[in-house]
Design a protein around this ligand. Structure first.
Ligand code: UDP
Length: 239
């Protein structure tokens, strides 16, 4: 008999870069397929999963702003990049037997359906994966904030922040061999130690809502499953 997941509903935040694999930009198909295999494994174990995906593999507003573009326009481009990533992710999920629905914070109804909270909740109850596209729908925010916002809205028990490192360390583990991983840390401790876990707006929202964040590695095989099963994987940030 397989053990039951430790969580009923979770929100997974993937950065756009997670889709690049070893490519310098864009979407690497093999990387998505591998990631979706791990996602399918946890969804099939009965957990309700919502996903927020970033757009940094395609376009970031701050990059447009730094070369003289109007920042808000550049941010809308960034949000549209997250829609492309969402479509690629949903396509791969559907091909691997999951039922994925993309909901966008910006109306583009010929492409994906708009975000409607009760509909998202209904899909989750039905075991569908809901991918929240276009961030918060507002410039000057990030998809980390969208993850905190949607996570709070759908009553997720946990926000999973996927990174390339397997948790939060006392120092940069690539530079300092004595760096140690925090297994658990409170929001206050993380703040006082200046550990960059999510951007400040996202972090503050999770902290206010007492919505725990678990930082884990998306490139470590089996890590997502261990997180969902409640094992000591990555770092838990809690109130
Ligand atoms: N973005 C935005 N508002 C949001 C979410 C995202 O304006 O609510 C824009 C912003 O320009 C950002 C880009 O979309 O740079 C891509 O998102 P993000 O940088 O969060 O992606 P990630 O770093 O996770 O790949």
């Amino acid at each position: 008999m397989t053990a039951a997941p430790a969580h009923k509903r979770i929100l997974l935040k993937l950065s756009g870069e997670a889709l690049m694999g070893d490519d310098p930009f864009g979407i690497n198909r093999a990387t998505i397929v591998r990631m979706v295999e791990e996602i399918a494994d946890v969804v099939n174990s009965g957990v309700q999963l919502a996903v927020v995906i970033g757009g940094g593999n395609i376009f970031r507003g701050v990059a447009g702003g730094s070369v003289g573009m109007d920042r808000a326009t550049a941010d809308y481009m960034g949000m549209l990049a997250t829609v492309m990533n969402s479509l690629a992710l949903a396509d791969s999920m559907n091909k691997q037997g999951l039922v994925a629905r993309v909901m966008s914070a910006i109306a583009i109804e010929q492409v994906v359906e708009p975000y409607v909270r009760p509909k998202a909740l209904q899909y989750l109850e039905e075991g569908k994966v809901v991918i929240f596209a276009a961030g918060t729908g507002n410039p000057f925010f990030t998809t980390d904030t969208a993850a905190a916002l949607r996570g709070a809205e759908i009553g997720a028990e946990l926000v999973l922040k996927a990174t390339k490192v397997d948790g939060v360390y006392s120092a940069d583990p690539n530079k300092d061999p004595s760096a140690t991983r925090y297994s658990r840390i409170t929001f206050d401790e993380a703040m006082s130690r200046n550990l960059g876990i999510m951007d400040a707006t996202a972090f503050a929202l999770c902290r206010d809502q007492k919505l725990p964040i678990r930082v884990f590695s998306i490139v470590k095989p089996g890590a997502l499953r261990r997180v969902v099963m409640g094992e000591d994987e990555g770092t838990l940030v809690y109130a």
